[in-house]
Design a binder for this molecule. Structure first.
Ligand SMILES: *[C@@H]1O[C@H](CO)[C@@H](O)[C@H](O)[C@H]1NC(C)=O
Ligand SMILES: *[C@@H]1O[C@H](CO)[C@@H](O)[C@H](O)[C@H]1NC(C)=O
Ligand SMILES: *[C@@H]1O[C@H](CO)[C@@H](O)[C@H](O)[C@H]1NC(C)=O
Ligand SMILES: *[C@@H]1O[C@H](CO)[C@@H](O)[C@H](O)[C@H]1NC(C)=O
Ligand SMILES: *[C@@H]1O[C@H](CO)[C@@H](O)[C@H](O)[C@H]1NC(C)=O
Ligand SMILES: *[C@@H]1O[C@H](CO)[C@@H](O)[C@H](O)[C@H]1NC(C)=O
Ligand SMILES: *[C@@H]1O[C@H](CO)[C@@H](O)[C@H](O)[C@H]1NC(C)=O
Ligand SMILES: *[C@@H]1O[C@H](CO)[C@@H](O)[C@H](O)[C@H]1NC(C)=O
Length: 431
């Protein structure tokens, strides 16, 4: 490493802060890849040395979605890599394991070079990585490189990790040194550092990045010195569970986590990447959400008898697990199994459009938005009548109690009147 490491553009300035959060630095059992392509005069014209790993979500035989980690193997080839020139894009291409490959093509103009597209092909025939994949064979994911252009004769360097997400994959890169269109056979000593390596400059990254990273990382405060940014409300997702071919659980909700181990962090759950799992039952039902981005949230509902004839359901338990997205190990896990929220009559649904907060433990809160949920007795794939949160139990019960009392009062008056009339009639007759 050292001065020899140079780097090309491709990777980006993406989501470093996330990795800070998830404890990115450390030791990973991964192999570094080095690609050093020479031109006709045997001078280096393309140089890259980096580490990467992939988290891939796939459908298993029984229809569940699983996330697996694809690592580089010890034997990596770089067939097809080319230096490129003014008219032809440079290409860094590697092949590894049982039919997997990754590549990036890089274009240049007068002053800069820039990654164009990243192509990942993973082969679900590889049973070591995808033991029970429903669909077997190669799957290709194409994503535009979100990185900004690099000056020519400058090496791109990024020691910290960053992430690029595309379809069902999370591509994680670190320890990157890359330079395309190397001049005079020598990797440059001039470095262009990624924002991850220069956290103080991170807040000034151009706005285009925000678009790329919306789901996962932008919500995290980029620099220790910066106050956490207020986050937009999360997008609302629609989730459901089935039992056989009948929908048995319906949920519409926008979810945001407040994870404050050291400083508060807000994470919006992206419905587009979130998969629902869980189980329906007669007295308990659980909805488990996996956001495809190392966050798992579980909601357990139960049925209670409020009186001999009235049954209600309520939210009893919520748990939140954050995984290290580099190796899938648990970073933190929070559970509150003693909740009593969101109750509604069995057979109806519960609705609360305004923001609500569930306190899971002292460090973790779940904020919900636009909530509409029905964990039991879903019929015809539709929500039943909703009980709204703005109406609390008292405001529903008072009219019932008052109505019942009135009815009883009227009955007493009527009975008293009839008895009174009978008595007076009888008295009249005796006269
Ligand atoms: C995952 O990485 C973290 C830090 O990056 C490390 O502390 C932990 O031991 C790793 N877990 C496994 C199972 O490799
Ligand atoms: C880079 O690769 C992608 C995918 O193969 C292709 O669509 C694109 O045209 C290539 N770009 C250049 C400049 O060759
Ligand atoms: C590239 O160079 C050509 C001629 O050398 C010039 O006309 C053009 O404006 C330059 N483009 C950029 C983006 O600098
Ligand atoms: C995957 O494996 C199946 C059976 O083992 C085989 O028929 C198929 O050709 C393989 N596909 C690829 C792309 O290797
Ligand atoms: C990055 O590369 C250096 C030099 O090869 C190595 O010592 C270090 O452990 C690597 N970092 C990570 C996070 O793998
Ligand atoms: C490459 O070599 C030429 C001639 O030897 C020199 O003019 C030019 O500055 C060199 N470029 C770099 C980047 O070293
Ligand atoms: C699924 O639905 C069909 C008709 O809509 C029904 O005949 C079948 O028994 C159902 N299967 C299950 C497992 O409920
Ligand atoms: C996040 O949680 C912390 C600690 O529980 C709290 O102080 C802070 O106000 C919360 N922030 C938001 C936006 O909920």
């Amino acid at each position: 490493m050292g001065p020899r490491r140079s780097a090309a553009s491709s990777c980006g300035r993406l989501l470093l802060p996330l990795l800070l959060l998830l404890g990115a630095s450390g030791f990973f059992q991964s192999y570094a890849v080095e690609v050093d392509i020479k031109d006709a005069s045997n001078a280096t014209c393309l140089y890259a040395d980096w580490m990467m790993r992939f988290l891939i979500k796939y459908e298993s035989n029984n229809g569940d979605y699983k996330t697996t980690t694809l690592n580089l193997s010890s034997s990596v080839t770089h067939n097809g890599s080319v230096c490129g020139n003014d008219t032809q894009a440079a290409l860094v291409a590697v092949q590894f394991g049982e039919g997997h490959s990754w590549s990036i093509n890089i274009t240049k103009n007068n002053e800069t070079y820039q990654g164009d597209f990243i192509t990942l092909t993973y082969n679900t025939n590889d049973t070591a990585v995808f033991p029970d994949a429903k669909r077997k064979g190669p799957i290709t994911v194409l994503v535009r490189d979100p990185s900004r252009p690099i000056q020519l004769n400058t090496v791109f360097v990024c020691h910290n990790s960053f992430v690029i997400e595309a379809e069902n994959t999370t591509q994680i890169f670190w320890n990157v040194t890359m330079q395309a269109f190397v001049q005079n056979g020598t990797v440059s000593k001039k470095e262009s550092r990624c924002p991850a390596d220069t956290p103080t400059s991170a807040p000034t990254v151009p706005p285009t990045i925000a678009n790329v990273t919306t789901a996962s990382a932008t919500t995290l405060s980029p620099a220790p010195t910066t106050a956490p940014k207020p986050v937009e409300n999360p997008d609302t997702g629609n989730y459901s569970l089935k039992s056989g071919n009948k929908t048995c659980f319906l949920a519409t909700v926008g979810l945001q986590l407040n994870v404050s181990q050291e400083k508060p962090l807000l994470i919006n759950i992206n419905p587009k990447t979130t998969v629902a799992d869980g189980a329906c039952g007669n007295t308990t039902a659980t909805l488990k959400l996996n956001d495809g981005n190392s966050t798992l949230i579980g909601f357990t509902f139960a049925v209670k008898n409020t009186s001999a004839s009235v049954q209600k359901f309520y939210l009893r338990e919520v748990n939140v697990t954050l995984l290290n997205r580099l190796n899938g190990s648990v970073i933190s896990s929070a559970d509150n199994s003693n909740l009593s929220k969101w109750d509604a009559f069995l057979g109806s649904s519960y609705m609360c459009r305004k923001e609500q907060t569930l306190q899971i433990n002292e460090n973790v809160q779940v904020h919900t938005f636009n909530l509409w949920i029905q964990p039991f007795l879903v019929e015809a794939n539709k929500f039943a009548t909703a009980q709204e949160c703005s109406l609390d139990d008292d405001s529903i019960l008072i009219p019932i109690v008052v109505g019942a009392a009135l009815a009883v009062l009227i009955a007493i008056i009527v009975v008293a009147y009839i008895i009174g009339r009978r008595k007076s009639y009888a008295g009249y007759q005796t006269l």
